[in-house]
Design a binder for this molecule. Structure first.
Ligand code: SF4
Ligand code: SF4
Ligand code: SF4
Length: 266
């Protein structure tokens, strides 16, 4: 029986599946997308009994969880413990957005900033917490599915939740953003001397940024075996320094590079 069939049967008995939306170190941007699903093809309130969501619901829920959605990077030991506790009660876990999937913007925190936070020098809001270098949810608990992006898109959120409800696992393309960019008939930013990371980034956003005058900064994550050297070489031809490419690569994906660097040091 698919999740959808199981949940539909339960809903008929007045027992809707429970959903908890947990926010860790995040800006709430992705939860705004989820809240605004109302009125789209998927009305979450009809499908789930939403038990906890910081920006929409008061209170804390401590019962069994059918679907746990997690937004944000894990920024302290307390969040890691909370996450493990959630996982122990949850049937299915979705990492929502670049912070949860990759470490994202919080993952850019430099070591000196983490050290200052650990020394309690970042103000009252971190007093009493044990800060750690911000990291993706999957470094702490098993994650069953991911919704990419910063922020996630309505289309991706609806698609992922529907597939999960049907008993499947959202499957994402291994094509680069450039493949979608050429279909939009955009001129390539690299030819204008602007660093754009579309060649190494997972597609699925219809090349949103280059289509709207911005560069791709890899918010949907790097492709497996991302051709970084090829990107550096093409950038060099267009007088774009490698340091500029690297700076943009680390905006959403710093944690990815930190882990590689730590491994190389061993
Ligand atoms: S992925 Fe982006 S929009 Fe979503 S919580 Fe993180 S910073 Fe905010
Ligand atoms: S603008 Fe960016 S995404 Fe578009 S083709 Fe050039 S490198 Fe690729
Ligand atoms: S173009 Fe790149 S940065 Fe912009 S939404 Fe798509 S993957 Fe994210």
């Amino acid at each position: 029986m698919s999740k959808l069939e199981e949940y539909t049967l339960r809903a008929k008995r007045g027992d809707k599946p429970t959903l908890v939306y947990a926010e860790l170190g995040s800006c709430d941007g992705c939860s705004m997308v989820i809240v605004n699903l109302d009125g789209t093809l998927l009305d979450l309130n009809n499908v789930f009994d939403i038990k906890q969501m910081r920006i929409a619901i008061r209170g804390v829920y401590d019962g069994p969880i059918d679907v746990l959605m997690v937004e944000g990077a894990v920024t302290c030991e307390e969040e890691a413990e909370e996450l493990r506790e959630f996982r122990a009660r949850a049937d299915y876990v979705i990492a929502v957005g670049a912070c949860a999937e990759l470490g994202g913007i919080p993952g850019m925190a430099p070591p000196f900033a983490v050290k200052r936070a650990q020394e309690g020098k970042f103000g009252a809001h971190v007093q009493g917490q044990r800060p750690i270098a911000p990291r993706p949810v999957a470094e702490i608990i098993k994650v069953d599915a991911v919704i990419h992006g910063c922020p996630i898109t309505t289309a991706d959120a609806v698609r992922a939740i529907r597939i999960i409800l049907a008993g499947g696992r959202p499957d994402y393309t291994d094509r680069p953003v450039c493949a979608e960019c050429v279909l939009q008939d955009n001129g390539c930013l690299l030819f204008e001397g602007r660093a754009c990371l579309g060649a190494v980034t997972r597609a699925g956003c219809n090349a949103y940024c280059p289509s709207n005058g911005g560069f791709c900064w890899a918010c949907r994550g790097l492709l497996p075996d991302a051709p970084l050297n090829a990107l550096y070489n093409v950038a060099k031809v267009h007088d774009i320094p490698q340091a500029e490419v690297d700076r943009k690569l680390r905006m959403a994906n710093q944690r990815h590079f930190t882990l590689i660097e730590e491994k190389e040091k061993k």
